[in-house]
Design a protein around this ligand. Structure first.
Ligand SMILES: NC(=O)c1ccc[n+]([C@@H]2O[C@H](COP(=O)([O-])OP(=O)(O)OC[C@H]3O[C@@H](n4cnc5c(N)ncnc54)[C@H](O)[C@@H]3O)[C@@H](O)[C@H]2O)c1
Length: 361
């Protein structure tokens, strides 16, 4: 089976390519390299000893996408490509809506014209807003989403669901990630943010290698045991494996000629009428919440280093506590996160110390 991975040169995409190749899929990556480096894909091939096809193109370039689908028969798409900086999206809403939404509309339109109707979409726990319940199940109502970035995720979930409603042959897998951190155990691929990192662990890693002086912790007066925010950190390799499991479930639901797939039970938006397709929603998290201070202490212990930090005022839009109920993915995908917080911290540091300037050298 040949899988198109949009945004496959990026952080989660590159780790997913490793797992896809390991599971025997053929992989075609499309990426405009807006936030990544082709070197990541070279290293994916080095790690796996397997080849993949890379097409440098923008999802907004419909002609390039069309040519890609003509040249490479694709069975399903895993769609990572998008802009993802929450803060930046607040002052660049047009760029975020255009890139993430128009890009996805173009992708789906080209997929449709080539008869490809299976898509796994990178959504986010951000769609729960300030969550109505902890731990967060998939049935938790979507809350008020705090940023244009997050709203693109909420809107795209709706758009993809509408696509299935209009044509029940579509298979739509919505994966809501919690907080991916860590890196491949080889230290060869990892997160390589451009500029100052927006997220906690990349920032900590850059402090650890002396690139940044000190970590700022936003808020220590939250209603949590140590006053800092609590999140559900998940190792990026566990997340990548979750995609392979989700893809397997979704593609298993494609009926053989004349048969009705029974494997779609548990999907939402499915009915007798649309037995060939479905819309599925899964949280990909560990089900455990750790505070910012827990992460810093785990990082220090795992790597035997000190991380200097200071407290700063709260940051707008941060919810105090956010962690998943991960039982649905366990029960229906047979997937559980296996890496510990120490594993995540050790692997992040290994990547950062071996590649202090990321893929630049
Ligand atoms: N990392 C997280 O914390 C997190 C959490 C929840 C959801 N997500 C989502 O997961 C996906 C992958 O995230 P990531 O952390 O790997 O980000 P990333 O920036 O490392 O990867 C995204 C990739 O998409 C590419 N891209 C962006 N716009 C494109 C376009 N128009 N055409 C072609 N390529 C384009 C970028 O060059 C990059 O390689 C994103 O959709 C993101 O919103 C990430």
């Amino acid at each position: 089976m040949r899988i198109l991975v949009t945004g496959g040169a990026g952080y989660i995409g590159s780790h997913t390519c490793v797992e896809l190749l390991g599971a025997g899929y053929r992989v075609v990556v499309v990426d405009n390299l807006a936030n990544s480096n082709e070197e990541s894909l070279r290293r994916v091939q080095e790690i796996t000893g397997k080849g993949l096809t890379f097409v440098k193109a923008d999802l907004l370039d419909r002609a390039a996408l069309d040519a890609l689908f003509y040249e490479h028969p694709i069975d399903a798409v895993i769609h990572f490509a998008g802009l993802k900086a929450v803060g930046e999206s607040v002052y660049k809403p047009l760029e975020y809506y255009h890139n993430n939404i128009t890009g996805t509309l173009a992708l789906c339109d080209v997929m449709r014209s080539h008869g490809v109707k299976s898509i796994v979409f990178s959504s986010s726990a951000t769609v729960y807003g300030d969550p109505a319940q902890i731990p967060i199940t998939e049935g938790c109502p979507k809350g008020e989403i705090m940023s244009p970035y997050g709203r693109t995720k909420g809107m795209l979930e709706q758009i993809l669901t509408d696509l299935h409603t209009a044509d029940p042959g579509w298979q739509v897998m919505l994966l809501r990630y919690f907080n991916p951190i860590g890196a491949h155990i080889s230290g060869r691929i990892g997160e390589d943010p451009k500029g100052i990192p927006n997220n906690l662990v990349p920032y900590v890693s850059q402090v650890a290698v002396g690139k940044l002086e000190k970590l700022g912790i936003f808020g220590h007066d939250y209603p949590t045991p140590d006053g800092t925010c609590i999140r559900d950190y998940i190792h990026v390799v566990d997340l990548a494996v979750g995609h392979v499991k989700a893809l397997g479930k979704m593609m298993g639901a494609v009926p053989k000629a004349g048969a009705v797939a029974d494997s779609i039970k548990g999907g939402i938006g499915t009915s007798d009428r649309d037995a060939v397709g479905g819309v599925w929603v899964y949280n990909l998290g560990t089900g455990v919440g750790y505070s910012v201070l827990d992460v810093i202490h785990a990082y220090e212990t795992a790597n035997n280093i000190k991380i200097p930090y200071e407290f700063k005022p709260r940051r707008a839009g941060d919810v105090p506590v956010c962690y998943s109920d991960a039982t649905k993915a366990r029960d229906e995908l047979g997937w559980v996160a296996t890496h510990t917080l120490e594993d995540m911290c050790r692997d992040s540091y290994r990547w950062q110390s071996a590649n202090p300037r990321g893929y630049e050298g």
